[in-house]
Design a protein around this ligand. Sequence first.
Ligand SMILES: *Cc1c(COP(=O)(O)O)cnc(C)c1O
Length: 360
Amino acid sequence: MTAHDQPEKLHPETEVVLKGRPEREPGGAIIGGISVSTTFRAGGEYIYGRSDNDTWKDLEAVLGVLESGKALVFSSGMSAISATFDLLPPGGVIVAPNSGYMNTSVQLRKLEANGRLTIRWVEITDTESVVRALDGAAMLFFESPVNPLLDVADVKRLISEAKSRGVLVAMDNTFATPIEQQPLVLGADVVVHSLTKALSGHSDVVLGTAVTSSDELYAKLLSYRKDSGANAGPFEAWLALRGLRTFPLRYAQAAKSAQVLVERLRSHPHVERVRYPGFGFMISIEVKGGARAADKACNAGKIWSYATSLGGVESLWERRRRHGDEPVEVPENLIRMSVGIEHVEDLWRDIEQALEKSQS
Ligand SMILES: *Cc1c(COP(=O)(O)O)cnc(C)c1O
C-alpha cells in the first residue's frame, strides 16, 4: 500500500506538479526562481548558502510528499547515503546486502576498514538469514529491487522484523521509486535516492536526497549536510525539480515499454536469461557468448547507448562487470538495461539488430 491509495490524498501525478511553487497570489510567479545567493542579510531566518536555500526547499517539498516524509536534498545519492551511515554510533553494526549498488558497498567497505562501522553482510533475498543478523544491529540498510540482479527482497517483513528489534531501517529506493514503494509508509526510518536517476530523469544533474518522518533523524541529517558540506548546487536543484514534474509520466511510459521488451527478450534465441522484478523500467539480460558478446551487443546499439547510469529519457545499456568493483555474483555476460521513453518498436528493432551482431 502507498499513502496515495488513501482517498483524501492527491495522486503523485498531481503532487509533483502542485508542490514546490511560489505562493498563490495575484501577480505571483508560477515557477520559482533559482536562488543563488550565498549569504543573507542579518536578522532573518536565512544566514548562509551552505545551510539555507529556497530552491532546495521547493525540490524538498515535492520529494517529501512523494515519500511521505521530510526531505533533504544532498549533492549526490552517495552523499545522502553517507549522511545515513553517519547516523550510526562509532563501531555500530550495520546489516547490509553483499550484492547491491556498487558504490554503496565500496563506501561500506571503507568505513569498515577504518573502524567506523561493523558490517554484517547478508544475502538480502534470504529473509531468514537477514532476520537472524538483525539482533544487536544498529541499522539495516538495503535496496529492493537489487542492482543489477533485480532480485526482490521481502521489504515488509524485513522492515517489521528490524523495527520490532529497535533496529533503524534505511532503504535506497532509487530503483523502485516512490511510485512502486514508499518505505516510510511501511515503517522504514530513512529513504535515500539518487536524484541523478529517474526522479530528475534527464541525465544532466548529479543529486541525492534523504527523506525521513522522524524529527530527530531529520535534524541529524540536516546537521551532517551543513557541517560536511554535502549541499546541492541551486541550479542542479532547480533542474531536478523541473525534471521531477514529469517523473510519473516518464515512469509510466518506460515501465510499459519494459514489459513489452521483457516478453520479447524471454523468447529471443541469443538471450539466456531475463531478470525483471515485474515492474519498473530496469531489465537485466544475460546474453549467449559471454562477456565478449555482451560488449558487442552494447556497442552495436544505434538508439541504445553503451553507458552507465539509468532512469533518463534515453535508453542506456551496459555490461556491468566492466567495472572492477561490481560483485562477482553478477554474471560476466549480464547487460543492465535502463528503458527510456523512445517508441518501444524502435527500441526493440535496435535490440534485435544489436543481439544479431553480438553473435558474429
Ligand atoms: C546511482 C545510484 C546511487 C548513487 O547515486 P549518485 O547520485 O550517483 O551519487 C545509489 N544507489 C543507487 C541504487 C543508484 O542507482
